[in-house]
Each structure stands twice: as structure tokens, then as C-alpha cells.
Design a protein around this ligand. Sequence first.
Ligand code: URA
Length: 203
Amino acid sequence: MVEGQALELSLERLAQDALACNQCPLSNTRTNVVFGEGHPQADLMFIGEGPGETEDRTGRPFVGKAGQKLTEILKSVKIERDDVFITNVVKCRPPENRVPARAEVDACADWLTAQIGLIRPLLIVTLGNTPAQHFLGRNEGIGQLRGKLYRWKGGIEVFPMFHPSYLLRYPSKTKGSPKYLTWLDIQTVAERMSFLRSRIPGS
Ligand code: URA
């Protein structure tokens, strides 16, 4: 079996295990565990906060209005959803779409760490406050954290961006607006990926 197939199998196995998870109270109210989807060997991952109503119903990440906005943002720099891996810090919907509690994020962290360990991306883009604070271990808001490169555990690069739902709430495109800054940020992501890929031997 070639390495890619083995990886795909182990990611599927991880997903099967996650479907049975009841390590936090979110498991009592979920319809589906939203494990994540995309390329099993993606070199770029997008990590949001937690599933919303549509995601809970369908079992797929970022497929509601915020997901459509994310797809649009990706398309603006010719990134296809199938080429990246998209998931969330918590795999079950917080009731009423509230922000997940610290204990819920901590209870779910091993699934996320295992996903990252199997996929081994070059860059992780976090979307919104919760994943940025989780990866960076910092309390500042996304307005302060976004648009800069960090390293997670001294290794994989992390680049925080605004959550796409924030752009839906503040649709202005003027200079300095969330939409304007996101447009700059996704270009930085595309440029950084070109650079990181160019450093891979044989690329
Ligand atoms: N918001 C998120 O953070 N994740 C989703 O999957 C959907 C909406």
C-alpha cells in the first residue's frame, strides 16, 4: 500500500472513532460529529471554531452561509476546497452557536492534534478568535492576532484570519475593514504556500 492510501485509511479510522466520542456535553446535543473534510495529505489546513446548524445537520464543515463565504475567499486566490483540509476546534455544535467553552475545546483537542499529525500540513490558517487563541495560547482578540505568521509548538506555521461569519456581519469593503484585511490575508496565505512548496526538495 502506498503512503497516501495508508494515511487516508488512518484518517478514516480516526473519523470513525471521533463519531463515537462523548468526552464532553456537546455530544448530548449534536446531530452529527463534524470531523472535517478535504485532502488527506493537504499542505494547507483551515480550522474554524465549531459546527453551526447546517454543519450539524449535514456532518460537513463550513457548508452554511459562513462556509459559502469561506469558499469564495479561497476561490479569490484559486484555492479549491478539495485541495485543503477544513475542520474546527470542536467537532460538535455548541447549542445556539455559542462560543465553545475552554473545557469543550480542551476535550476535543486530541482529535484535532491527531488530525494535524496525520495530515502534516505546512500551514494552518485559523478562522476567528477561538482557534487562534487555542493554537497561540494567547488571549488577545483576532483583530490583534490576525495577519501574522506564528509557529505552533515550534513547528507548523499558523496564520490567523477573521472568521468568514464576521465578514457577513460587516460587509464594508473600505480600507481597514475586516473584508479588506481578509482579502490581504488570503493573498499572504497563497504567497506563503508558494514559498513553502518551493522549498520542498524535488518541487
Ligand atoms: N463556523 C465555524 O466555525 N465552523 C463551521 O464549520 C461553520 C461555521
